[in-house]
Design a protein around this ligand. Structure first.
Ligand code: NAP
Length: 272
C-alpha cells in the first residue's frame, strides 16, 4: 500500500509567521487576510501612514496577531528598522510576500528619468532588499523559509492598449530575481517563487479604469476566462507557495491571468 503525506497538513500554516510588504491595501491586504484566515500571524509593511479601514478587524476576526508597520521599501535604514520591528513582533519568521509596488502607464518617449528610476527603485530595489533582509533572518534562525515575489503578467507579455515599458522592465526584473535567488539560496533551505497576476481588480487598476474607460472592456474581455481577476483569485497561490505543499517548488512562477499571458502570445503568432 502506497504511503502518502497528509495533504491537509501540507497546506497547514496555522501558527506560522509572515511578513507582507504593500499590505495596507490591494493584493497585499488580500494576502494578509488569506494568511489570517488560515491561522497565520502577519506583519504588514507599507508606505501608507495607516492601512485600509478593514485592517484592524482582521486580527480579532480570526484570532491571530496581525500588525502594521509603516515602511518605505526604498529607504535603506527605514526598511531595515521595519524588518527588525517585524522580527521582534513575530519571533521566528517563516516567509515573506513582496507586494509593495507602483505602476505607470505612459508612452516610452514621455517617461522621465525620475519616473523610470522611481519605478525601478520601488519595484526592483525595494523587492531585492526586502528579500535580502528576510533571507538574513532565515539564516540567523537556521530555519529556511519561503519568499514569494509579486511580479506581473507584464513580465510575460505586453498588455493590449498599455504603454508600460518602465513597469514591464521592473516586473521582468522581479521574475528573474526570483529565479536567481531561488538558485543562490536553495542551499539554505530558502525557496523563492513568484506570482504573476494579470488584470486584478484593486485600487491600482481602478485608477487606470477611471482615467481611461476603454480599459474596463479590455480588462474584462481580453482574458480567455472573460473577466477581470479578483483579489480572491490570488489567495490560494500565496498560501500554497508559503506552505509545505510547495516544498519542492522553487524558481517557479504562477501566472494568474485568466489565460491572458498565453492568449497574447497566440494573438501575436496568428498575426504572422
Ligand atoms: P496597490 O493597490 O496600489 O497596492 C500597493 C501598495 O504598495 C500600496 O499600499 C502602496 O502605497 C504600497 N507602496 C507603494 N510604494 C511603496 C513603497 N515605496 N514602500 C512601501 N509600500 C509601497 O496595488 P496592487 O494592485 O495591490 O498591486 C500589488 C502588487 O501587485 C504590485 O507590485 C503590483 O505591481 C502587482 N500587480 C498588480 C496587478 C493588478 O492588476 N492589480 C497586476 C499585476 C501585478 P501607495 O498606494 O501609497 O502607493
Amino acid at each position: 500500500m502506497a504511503s502518502f503525506s497528509n495533504v491537509k497538513q501540507l497546506f497547514d500554516i496555522q501558527g506560522r509567521n509572515y511578513i507582507v510588504t504593500g499590505g495596507a491595501q490591494g493584493i497585499g491586504f488580500a494576502i494578509v487576510h488569506a494568511l489570517a484566515q488560515v491561522g497565520a500571524n502577519v506583519v504588514a509593511l507599507d508606505i501608507q501612514t495607516k492601512p485600509n479601514a478593514d485592517f484592524d478587524s482582521v486580527a480579532k476576526q480570526f484570532g491571530v496577531n496581525i500588525r502594521y508597520v509603516q515602511a518605505d521599501v526604498t529607504d535603506e535604514k527605514g526598511l531595515g528598522a521595519a524588518f527588525q520591528t517585524a522580527f521582534g513582533i513575530l519571533g521566528t519568521v517563516h516567509g515573506l510576500v513582496t507586494c509593495a509596488g507602483i505602476a505607470l502607464e505612459k508612452a516610452f518617449e514621455q517617461t522621465s528619468w525620475a519616473e523610470c528610476r522611481r519605478i525601478q527603485d520601488v519595484n526592483v530595489t525595494g523587492t531585492y532588499f526586502s528579500a535580502q533582509l528576510v533571507a538574513e533572518q532565515f539564516k540567523k534562525q537556521g530555519t529556511g523559509g519561503s519568499i514569494v515575489l509579486i511580479a506581473s503578467i507584464t513580465s510575460h507579455t505586453v498588455l493590449p492598449q498599455h504603454r508600460m515599458s518602465a513597469y514591464g522592465a521592473s516586473k521582468g526584473a522581479v521574475r528573474m530575481l526570483s529565479q536567481a535567488l531561488a538558485v543562490e539560496l536553495a542551499g539554505n533551505g530558502i525557496r523563492v517563487n513568484s506570482i504573476s497576476p494579470g488584470f486584478i481588480d484593486t485600487e491600482m487598476t481602478q485608477e487606470v479604469r477611471n482615467k481611461n474607460p476603454v480599459m474596463v472592456d479590455i480588462m474584462n474581455k481580453t482574458p480567455p476566462l472573460k473577466r477581470i481577476g479578483t483579489r480572491d483569485d490570488l489567495m490560494g497561490a500565496a498560501v500554497y507557495l508559503l506552505s509545505d505543499a510547495s516544498s519542492y517548488t522553487t524558481a517557479g512562477d504562477i501566472a494568474i491571468t485568466g489565460g491572458l499571458h498565453v492568449q497574447m502570445a497566440l494573438d501575436c503568432q496568428l498575426a504572422f
